[in-house]
Design a protein around this ligand. Structure first.
Ligand code: HDE
Length: 701
């Protein structure tokens, strides 16, 4: 054996160090690899050898890299965080996570669209999933909800029909991630119980601006059970601390092409910069004795409990503050199940919930495999002990000869636990009846709450609902389906709604609309999104600039916006820097072709003669302003920057006097204007989110 040289020793040490540091590439068998980029061939130009086990292993693994995507909610994004209760909820529930305000319970939350496949886009008109996994010390609790408080159907047995109707049509797999096609509206028009949820999905709730700006709902009525065994009915709500805000439909469609990852990127980047996502958990609690006091059935998932009837009690806060390390291992393999509950939380006989209790375990077995619960993202934080054994992907090495109960050889372990030790015991509801297939008459009113929703909307919200129904139905080819939606659904909600949609989609009513539902539905102000935000935290503001820009103005307004928690980006014709009028330079964050208006919440044009002159000649810049205006976004300009606004087609431009002026979200100021007044006025406009009082119809964007 030859003697080891100093170089050999150095190499050996180096390799050992790298291996220890985990940097050294190996096969799955731990063999170090000298070349991962060239197959083993006969000569330089000859055939590849079967013997190349590394090539075979690498390609084989790649061939098997996918698991089936979720049959619904395939596209999603998730984050880690925690939940903390404000004060003990012991009078209502014994669940450990609701007892101690000093305790933080870890959570993993996945947001999703329902219809599109995993590779589709973030901004279709759709329901958003809002699934929360609580890792409590008593086990996993999954609150698998949506951003809309009701569902399309009342009984789980209809779910495959609903989903078959809304997914791409089976003969041609068209359209992707859209409900705007014949089969969905055919099903909906023949299923009046869909009406209430249709109103929500056709409202701007179907196109959220950000996951952080959506409400969440448990949808079904659940039960809370306290240590004395006393139960209350409960509806779960998530109230976003950034307010509820949406896109507009034209914008959502454009974002789908310009930035398909719009919502997931927004969440990822917010967490990376420390702008965490926050919601308060709200409970609507109903004593058991009040079960029948409403004019709808608490077990009917197409109904809300109006907040004005039962207030939402805010009981704690959830903060999402950490991005996953690995999308597949965590987000894709996360397995939620509404049947995962902890002591103190229980089910009701809502027939939709009952069906879900079966479906989710079944789907996880198929999608992730029988040992899905062992994956790090799905494992409870407390120990798991039972006699379940083996099967695909089993990682636990169970020891000993005992895998059955009762046993004496294992000392009777793992043993049963008494309820007093936090074992789960089902709420002992008394149930007695005959086996039948009927829908309770108490589920029969499909229109009153749809009318309540309509009546609770601001004018612009109603306009958007009319536009959304019209858009969707105009994509439906079969006229009878359009007619049925108008006459069998909308006409029972509100005559004006039915008539406006009918006019837009070419349906002749011929006296078939008799008027809304009898009786006054009243209003529920909680349903409207017509409320300003508390802050502009997390809003993205574009700053358009060219060489010769007034650097002092740009920096001052940028600083003021960032001071309020907004994110700013300087956009210029190309990447690099722009020269300021006084000879300085400012870095460009994005080149104009990569920075469409639709990915920003507002736009600012600083002064500077040359900058303004160059922007006026740039089609992209003029279009940016027109489009931002047409999407009702705040627009601000200082000094010569106002010239760009004049070049665009804005009907509502301030006169241009001595001071700061603001008209319907367009804020202007002359050179020398008080920058802090100007910035304050702009911030106020952004807080309003969108300015729907504008006349934007004539703007060519
Ligand atoms: Fe789901 N649903 N669902 N669903 N659902 C699934 O489970 C199902 C329903 C919801 O981020 C599936 O793991 C049935 C209502 C969310 O991973 C599946 C019925 C609500 C997610 C399934 C419903 C939801 C799912 C597909 C009618 C709001 C994504 C993949 C009874 C309260 C969870 C999976 C995640 C996912 C079945 C109705 C919310 C097949 C049978 C109502 C947020 O099990």
């Amino acid at each position: 054996m030859s003697e080891e040289t100093r170089d050999d020793a150095k190499l050996r040490d180096m390799e050992r160090d790298r291996r220890d540091a985990g940097e050294h590439m190996t096969t799955n068998q731990g063999l170090m690899i000298d070349d991962d980029q060239n197959s083993l061939t006969v000569g330089e130009r000859g055939p590849t050898l079967m013997e190349d086990f590394h090539l075979r292993e690498k390609i084989t693994h790649f061939d098997h890299e996918r698991i089936p995507e979720r049959v619904v909610h395939a596209r999603g994004a998730a984050a880690h965080g925690y939940f903390q209760v404000y004060e003990s909820l012991a009078p209502y529930t014994k669940a450990s996570l609701f007892q101690d305000p000093s305790k933080k319970t870890p959570v993993f939350v996945r947001f999703s669209t329902v219809v599109g496949s995993r590779g589709s886009v973030d901004t279709p008109r759709d329901v958003r999933g809002f699934a929360v996994k609580f890792y409590t010390e008593e086990g996993i609790w999954d609150l698998v909800g949506n951003n809309i408080p009701v569902f399309f159907i009342q009984d789980a047995i209809k779910f495959p029909d609903l989903i078959h109707a809304v997914k791409p049509e089976p003969h041609n797999e068209i359209p992707q991630a859209q409900s705007a096609h014949d089969t969905f509206w055919d099903f909906a028009s023949l299923t009046p119980e869909t009406t209430h949820m249709l109103m929500w999905v056709m409202s701007d709730r179907g196109i959220p601006r950000s996951f952080a700006m959506m409400e969440g709902f448990g949808v079904h009525t659940f039960r809370l059970v306290n240590a004395e065994g006393k139960a209350h009915f409960v509806k779960f709500h998530w109230k976003p601390l950034k307010g509820i805000h949406s896109l507009v439909w034209d914008e959502a469609q454009k974002v789908a092409g310009k930035d398909p990852d719009f919502n997931r990127k927004d969440m990822f980047e917010a967490i990376e910069r420390g702008d965490f996502l926050e919601w308060e958990l709200g409970l609507q609690i109903v004593p058991e004795a009040d079960e029948h006091k409403f004019d709808f059935d608490l077990l009917d998932p197409t109904k809300i409990i109006p907040e004005e009837l039962v207030p939402v009690k805010r009981v704690g806060k959830m903060v999402l503050d950490r991005n996953p390390d690995n999308y597949f291992a965590e987000t894709e393999q996360a397995a939620f199940h509404p049947g995962h509950v902890v002591p103190g939380i229980d089910f009701t006989n809502d027939p939709l919930l009952q069906g879900r209790l079966f479906s989710y375990i079944d789907t996880q077995l198929r999608r992730v495999g029988p040992n899905f619960a062992e994956l790090p993202i799905n494992r409870p934080i407390n120990p798991v002990r039972n006699n379940q054994r083996d099967a695909m992907g089993r990682q636990t090495v169970d020891k000993g000869r005992v895998a059955y109960f009762p046993n004496s050889l294992g000392g009777g372990c793992p043993a049963h636990s008494p309820e007093a030790m936090a074992a789960f015991t089902s709420y002992a509801e008394k149930v007695d009846g005959r086996k039948i297939r009927v829908r309770s008459k108490s589920f029969g009113d499909h229109f009153s709450q749809a009318a309540l929703f309509w009546d609770s909307m601001a004018g612009w919200e109603q306009d958007h609902i009319v536009e959304a129904f019209s858009f969707e139905l105009n994509m439906v080819n079969v006229m009878e389906i359009r007619e049925r939606v108008v006459t069998e659904l909308l006409a029972h909600v509100n005559a004006d709604l039915a008539k406006r949609v009918a006019d837009n989609v070419g349906v002749e009513l011929k006296g078939r609309v008799k008027g809304g539902k009898a009786g006054e539905p009243g209003k529920s102000p909680a349903l409207s999104m017509d409320k300003p935000a508390d802050s502009i935290k997390g809003r993205k503001i574009a700053i358009l600039a060219g060489d010769g820009v007034d650097g002092a103005q740009l920096e001052a307004v940028k600083k003021a916006l960032e001071g309020e928690g907004a994110v700013t980006e300087v956009i210029a014709k190309t990447s690099g820097t722009v020269k300021t009028a006084d000879g300085g330079s400012i870095p460009v964050d994005r080149a104009a072709p990569n920075a469409p208006s639709v990915i920003y919440d507002a736009v600012f044009v600083p002064g500077g003669k040359d900058s303004a002159a160059a922007l006026k000649k740039m089609g992209l810049a003029v279009h940016f302003i027109d489009e931002a205006f047409a999407h009702f976004k705040p627009i601000a300009a200082l000094g010569e920057g106002v010239a760009l606004l004049r070049q665009a087609s804005l009907p509502d431009l301030p006169e241009g006097g001595d001071g700061v002026e603001a008209v319907k979200g367009v804020v202007t100021g002359p050179d020398g204007a008080n920058v802090s007044d100007f910035a304050g006025s702009f911030v106020a406009a952004i807080t309003k989110h969108r300015h729907f009082d504008r006349q934007a119809e004539g703007v060519p964007a």
